[in-house]
Ligand binder design. Structure first.
Ligand code: NDP
Ligand code: GDR
Length: 373
């Protein structure tokens, strides 16, 4: 059998990097689209990079952008992939309120550009298409838990753009008989999660405070409830969805939800620290209640380590998300393998190591900027 070829948009992101690793292990030839940037932006895939001069390389990066139809058409015509994973997106919900038009261009029309390029090249009967849809589609939730049949009610420019992408994927499946499907994925995290998403902001922020690189973690809505899984489990499912006889859309989630405040408590616990909460609403603060062990040498009992900054509140919030992955379990045999506790431990261990490295550099006289967002 000839080697299968996959094209991944968003390969430099969290999911793209895990999916590329996964497909390489399965023997695929993996192609990815990376954007030109003024600094290197391939850190998450550098460990699987292959020098194009080696014999029979199986990993390729192409310059491109979801806003550029001719570029997408050319890349697709050169590769003629068996599978396309459309993971590229302006993926930050809060930022989408600042850049709504760009978000729509990339996340909504970008998906159309890819689908149309596949059709234009006559690949619609041979190339399978995965769309990175999202639990943000449920927004103001109409049913708990959310499943494939739950009505959508998007609450941000990001979610509205993803709604278009969801339906255009369904439409190309129905209109042209394409094997195209949506994975409606609930939040998934890892040590490779972007630093400005809430879980990574917490594990990184608390680790920096533990080592003395920062003093306080400033948060938005800590009452938000999310269903958090591990990105590694979720990319496996993206591949499984393209291996079925018929294309179908699936909800991917753990079926358990926690608040942002609970995620902070779990992360602190990993550092041996328990938190005492005081105050309500924007006045709420988190203080160190006790410390066990030596992972947080710079923290002291009574220290204020969490506070609210209203600038992290969103113009419209998604208060609660809880997925029902029964369909994925029954039809595909998918169940998440990594627990939230294991994931928190992995993320804190990674961020603590980073903080310790930065502290060492600082001690040696190098300047270390601890950016917050
Ligand atoms: P990331 O933000 O980590 O990665 C996004 C990727 O898209 C990056 O590689 C980024 O490139 C690329 N990208 C951004 N803009 C463009 C563009 N104009 N053209 C081409 N590529 C672009 O996201 P995740 O890996 O977390 O998520 C992957 C996908 O899944 C996204 O579509 C996201 O919306 C969706 N999703 C994510 C969930 C999650 O919890 N992680 C849940 C549900 C859906 P660069 O590195 O240069 O910025
Ligand atoms: P989300 O993820 O919006 O669910 O989108 P994010 O981690 O940004 O926010 C989760 C919840 O935490 C609240 N929150 C904060 N969020 C951030 N980023 N920073 C803060 O300081 C903060 N304080 C509280 C938010 O208000 C929100 O309720 C992610 C993205 O990966 C999307 O691309 C994806 O589609 C969805 O998950 C599923």
């Amino acid at each position: 059998m000839s080697t299968k070829k996959a094209l991944i948009t968003g390969i430099t992101g969290q999911d793209g990097s895990y999916l590329a690793e996964f497909l390489l292990e399965k023997g695929y030839e993996v192609h990815g689209i990376k954007r030109r940037s003024s600094l290197f932006n391939t850190e998450r895939v550098d460990h699987i990079y292959q020098d194009p001069h080696i014999k029979d390389p199986r990993f390729f990066l192409h310059y491109g952008d979801l806003t550029d139809s001719s570029n997408l058409t050319r890349i697709l015509s050169e590769i003629r992939p068996d599978e396309v994973y459309n993971l590229g997106a302006m993926s930050h919900v809060a930022v989408s309120f600042e850049s709504p038009e760009y978000t729509a261009d990339v996340d909504a029309i970008g998906t159309l550009r890819l689908l149309e390029a596949i059709r234009f090249l006559g690949l619609e009967k041979t190339t399978r298409f995965y769309q990175a849809s999202t639990s943000e589609l449920y927004g103001l939730v109409q049913e708990i838990p959310q499943k494939e049949t739950t009505p959508f009610y998007p609450r941000s420019p990001y979610a509205v753009a993803k709604l278009y992408a969801y339906w255009i994927t369904v439409n190309y499946r129905e209109a042209y008989g394409m094997y195209a499907c949506n994975g409606i994925l609930f939040n998934h995290e890892s040590p490779r999660r972007g630093e400005t998403f809430v879980t990574r902001k917490i594990t990184r922020g608390l680790s920096n405070i533990a080592i003395g690189l920062d003093q306080c973690l400033y948060m938005g809505n800590m009452d938000s409830l999310r269903d958090w899984g591990h990105a590694k489990d979720y990319v496996r499912m993206q591949w499984m969805m393209l291996q079925q006889e018929r294309p179908e859309d699936f909800v991917i989630a753990t079926g358990v939800q926690y608040s942002v405040r609970q995620f902070i408590e779990m992360s602190a616990k990993e550092l041996g620290v328990s938190i005492r909460w005081e105050g309500q609403g924007v006045e709420e603060k988190g203080f160190v209640d006790s410390i066990i062990g030596d992972k947080a040498p710079a923290m002291t009992v009574g220290q204020n380590i969490v506070a609210i900054d209203p600038r992290y509140f969103r113009p419209a919030e998604v208060e609660t998300l809880l997925g029902d992955p029964t369909n994925a379990k029954n039809k595909l045999g998918w169940v998440p393998q990594i627990t939230l506790q294991e994931m928190v431990a992995e993320m804190v261990a990674y961020d603590l190591e980073q903080a310790q490295k930065h502290a060492l550099l600082k001690k040696q006289g190098y300047s270390v900027a601890v950016s917050r967002e």
